[in-house]
Design a protein around this ligand. Structure first.
Ligand SMILES: [Zn+2]
Length: 350
């Protein structure tokens, strides 16, 4: 598919002229698929770069909706998106389609988990980390080791960030080799506790994007090969060489035990979303919901808004219930999982 203004390779003339990438890199990139998990601050930047660079297919996965507090750093969204509260994956795909219509976008407004990861990431040549969840990163790490596909870790908080490219089967470490245990709750600064300034996010995601362009363009020799850490307030870079960091006793890349992927840890039915008085409720089993039919049924209960991939009910008591077609819901206006589950049961008769 060719979009308007996409006159053959002319559009990419400036990047093809960069000799180390060249026409071969461009042609490989245009046949490649990348998945971006978490289209928040980091994911917006990497999705933007890969779409503009002319990747073939872009899978966009995000469980959340656009809010005003996202706008200072999440570059693909605007005030209209925040006012309508549409899913980030949908808003991102829409915006990117107007930037480069030649890319195939696959938006998914879902929570990536062991039950859907194989389907969602099918065909991905690389995965870029845009999540802030160590649980999701560990899951991605297992998927990557199982399928021999690379993924690019990235994190940014405050004014500092880090990134690393993980390539199974090349002798380097996986995420679990470097971080054998997930950090305990509250052990790490988050965007909620420490805040975050926009430019550090761009920097980390730009490094991730460049690594993806090298990988997909067939220039693995140019990858940085380190755990990069940087801070843009107390400006500095650290490049930790990780060539020898692979652990012979790593449960994932050495023993190939994929405990998360095989669902040995039960999925929680509720989860609080990083400090924004929102609880996510997941259905107990796979389900598919006709949002249009429910919308008609809820009109007496409050203000009902039906969007692509999302039905929202604004209740008189201040609780806002956003429901996705896969039965997942975000309940805003409370931190209490019980309140959220009770409302879920009331509205869906479960
Ligand atoms: Zn490992």
């Amino acid at each position: 598919m060719t979009g308007p203004g996409d006159a053959g390779m002319d559009r990419y003339a400036r990047q093809v002229r960069f000799a180390a990438f060249g026409a071969e890199g461009q042609s490989r990139l245009s046949a490649a698929t990348a998945a971006i998990v978490g289209v928040g601050a980091l994911g917006c930047v990497s999705a933007n770069h890969l779409a503009r660079a002319g990747i073939g297919r872009l899978i966009l996965i995000d469980r959340d909706v656009v809010e005003t507090t996202n706008l200072h750093r999440q570059l693909l969204y605007d005030e209209t998106d925040a006012a309508s509260g549409i899913p980030k994956a949908v808003a991102a795909a829409r915006r990117l389609a107007s930037i480069n219509g030649g890319v195939a976008y696959k938006p998914h407004a879902v929570d990536l988990n062991a039950g859907n990861i194989e389907t969602l990431l099918q065909g991905a040549d690389v995965v870029l980390d845009g999540t802030d969840s160590f649980g999701v990163r560990y899951l991605l790490n297992e998927w990557s080791a199982k399928h021999g596909k690379p993924w690019i870790y990235g994190a940014a908080v405050g004014s500092s960030g880090m990134t690393m490219t993980i390539r199974p089967g090349t002798g380097g470490p996986c995420l679990r080799c470097l971080f054998p245990e997930p950090p305990g709750a509250g052990a790490l600064d988050t965007c909620e506790t420490a805040g975050v300034l926009g430019p550090i996010v761009d920097l980390v995601a730009s490094v991730q994007s460049m690594e993806a362009i090298k990988l997909l363009g067939g220039r693995e020799d140019a990858l940085h090969g380190a755990l990069l850490q940087t801070d843009l307030w107390h400006t500095g870079w650290q490049q930790l060489q990780i060539g020898g960091a692979r652990r012979p006793d790593c449960p994932v890349c050495a023993a190939r035990r994929f405990e998360l992927l095989e669902g040995e840890g039960a999925e929680p039915l509720t989860a609080s979303l990083c400090g924004r008085r929102t609880v996510q409720v997941s259905p107990a089993s796979d389900t598919e919901i006709d949002l249009g039919r429910l919308a008609a049924r809820w009109t007496q209960l409050g203000i009902v808004e039906l969007h692509d991939y999302l039905l929202r009910l604004r209740r008189p008591d201040g609780l806002v219930f956003a429901l996705f077609p896969d039965g997942r819901a975000l309940v805003s206006g409370t931190d209490d999982p019980l309140t959220a589950r009770r409302l879920y049961a009331e509205l869906l008769g479960e």
